[in-house]
Design a protein around this ligand. Structure first.
Ligand code: MG
Length: 160
């Protein structure tokens, strides 16, 4: 059975994942309004993945005999100055999420809860990919500048 402490910490992460989903949905709408339909589509996929993360955490809490909960989700930003600023925000945000996940592993370690550590390590590994993907897009925008945005928009729009 999962400890009350870890259950509460994971429930906090469920809210954080939902906040991330809303952030990416907000970014999707920002891009849609600017005509970047590929970036908008990429952000929608990103948003749905974050909602999946939230549900995976909830399912895990319940499987371990705990109670999963959905709490109030705070408002997300709605305006950015450029695609570069948006993707820099994504990178910064994913680094922040990585720190949150690391702290969850620490809670599971304090509990000596091996199953939860094992479960949470998959989220730690996922964050390595999340950070690298965002950093890669930031690098490409910086390399190509404005002229590369059209092509990159098309390319990111291929994400399923
Ligand atoms: Mg996530």
């Amino acid at each position: 059975m999962i400890s009350q402490n870890l259950q509460n910490a994971i429930n906090g992460q469920i809210a954080a994942e939902m906040w991330s989903a809303n952030l990416y949905l907000s970014m999707s709408y920002y891009f849609e309004a600017k005509g970047y339909t590929g970036f908008a589509s990429w952000m929608k996929v990103q948003a749905s993945e974050e909602n999946e993360h939230a549900d995976m955490l909830a399912q895990y809490v319940m499987k371990r005999g705990g109670k999963a909960s959905v709490s109030a989700i705070e408002a997300v930003p709605q305006e950015w100055s450029s695609p570069l600023e948006v993707f820099e925000h994504v990178y910064k945000h994913e680094c922040h999420v990585s720190e949150l996940i690391d702290k969850l592993v620490d809670v599971a370690s304090t509990d000596k809860d091996k199953a939860s550590q094992d479960f949470l390590w998959s989220f730690v590994r996922e964050q390595v990919e999340e950070e690298a993907t965002a950093q890669g897009i930031v690098d490409k925008i910086k390399l190509g500048g404005e002229a590369a945005l059209y092509h990159l928009d098309q390319k990111l729009g291929e994400r399923k």
